[in-house]
Write a protein that binds this ligand. Structure first.
Ligand SMILES: Nc1nc2c(ncn2[C@@H]2O[C@H](COP(=O)(O)OP(=O)(O)OP(=O)(O)O)[C@@H](O)[C@H]2O)c(=O)[nH]1
Ligand SMILES: [Mg+2]
Length: 365
């Protein structure tokens, strides 16, 4: 799973990227030749920590997601040219997008539109992404037009359907409705298979506030969420620079630093969890003396699919899964005790795995 970080020039994309990935990519002007920065992040999960406390395993492993930090979206973004446009194919391949919006004031960092106005920048980016999708639709429609002239009548129906669908999506986009908010039937969705619309992707707005605004983070977040939260689009507020600086400190010093700025929880951890949820992902857990680990599956996955994340043999030879809820294990203190109290269930192939299930897969290959 890959999340693409986009935004206007100098909005703090690389700073945010460094904050979430604990990376040290170069902050400041992005040279036009540079490639996107790629980093893998552990999804913070207190459940894994708790399991590690109980089992004292040799190894502790968190679920991960990948972040890609793209160069600034310039004037030409969405038109397939210029420094950002050339990344449009990479952008299309991401599973979700994070738009870093500048809210911090700093006279030494010029804003491309001069003034600091997050609402305007959100709108600008929404438009850019719509333009990119409209361009895809125009091209498909033109191609269809030509193809339809030369096909037999029987094949024309399907093409006409696609043409109607694309025209409807186009009209929606022109009325400023992103594709993720347009209703597409399952049948229609199949016609679009392989087409990666940018406004169809789950979307996270990260409002990058200044260090001085940290005390009001909660209220700023509430007001942005009220205005900009939509189906498939969430809003997180945090200070990229502050979080990036925190990474340089020990856990204890970071705690103190956070407290002195009036911040209780790492805004970044929240944002990572949010982007994970936005992707429709949940975590199931495995626990034992060798390893305690969180695994990623799409919400709604069955036990064999989950087993397949661990190893393909476990999916192929799946017999059944033993399931304990994380909370039950913690309440009981051990697996044996959970079993004694009847909190270990046996589930078959049709079982839909839930977030926080601790699984033990029984298999035979
Ligand atoms: N004061 C302050 N400065 C910030 C903050 N976030 C980023 N900056 C500064 O803004 C400048 C640009 O930050 P980058 O993270 O490089 O921004 P970017 O969006 O990756 O920039 P491009 O890739 O060039 O478009 C740097 O000098 C950062 O130190 C913040 O929260 N507060
Ligand atoms: Mg950058």
């Amino acid at each position: 799973m890959q999340l693409g970080i986009i935004g206007l020039a100098r909005s703090g994309k690389t700073t945010v990227f460094n904050a979430v990935t604990r990376g040290s990519a170069q902050v400041g002007a992005y040279s036009s030749s540079s490639q996107p920065n790629v980093g893998v992040v552990n999804v913070p999960d207190a459940r894994v920590d708790k399991l590690a406390e109980i089992y004292k395993p040799k190894k502790t492993t968190y679920a991960t997601i990948q972040y890609v930090d793209f160069p600034a979206a310039g004037e030409s973004f969405g038109k397939g040219e210029g420094p950002a446009g050339k990344f449009i194919n990479d952008l299309a391949r991401t599973d979700a997008l994070i738009h870093v919006v500048r809210a911090f004031e700093d006279d030494s960092v010029p804003h491309p539109e001069v003034t600091i106005d997050p609402a305007r920048d959100i709108e600008t980016m929404d438009l850019e992404l719509s333009f990119a999708d409209l361009a895809i639709i125009e091209r498909r429609l033109q191609r269809l037009e030509t193809e339809m002239r030369s096909v037999k009548a029987g094949e024309r129906d399907q093409m006409q359907r696609l043409k109607d669908l694309l025209s409807r999506l186009k009209a929606g986009l022109e009325a400023e409705t992103p594709i993720r908010e347009q209703t597409i039937s399952e049948e229609d969705a199949r016609l679009l298979e392989g087409t990666q619309f940018l406004t169809a992707k789950p979307f996270l707005l990260v409002i990058n506030i200044g260090e001085g605004q940290l005390g009001e983070r909660g209220s700023i977040e509430a007001s942005f969420q009220e205005k900009f939260r939509r189906p498939g689009r969430d809003v997180a507020v945090f200070c990229g620079k502050f979080e990036m600086d925190l990474n340089e400190l020990s856990e204890a010093d970071a705690e103190e630093f956070r407290a002195s700025a009036g911040v209780t929880e790492s805004g970044m951890a929240g944002a990572i969890r949010m982007s994970y949820a936005l992707l429709g992902l949940i975590s199931f857990l495995t626990a034992g003396p060798d390893e305690c680990r969180a695994w990623t599956v799409e919400r709604g996955s069955t036990a064999p699919v989950a087993a397949g994340k661990i190893h393909s043999d476990l999916q192929r030879g799946f017999i059944r899964a033993e399931v304990i809820r994380f909370e039950d294990l913690v309440a009981c203190g051990s697996e044996a005790e959970a079993k004694k109290r009847g909190l270990l269930r046996t589930e078959g192939k049709a079982y839909v795995v839930q977030d926080g299930d601790i699984l033990n897969i029984l298999f035979n290959v």
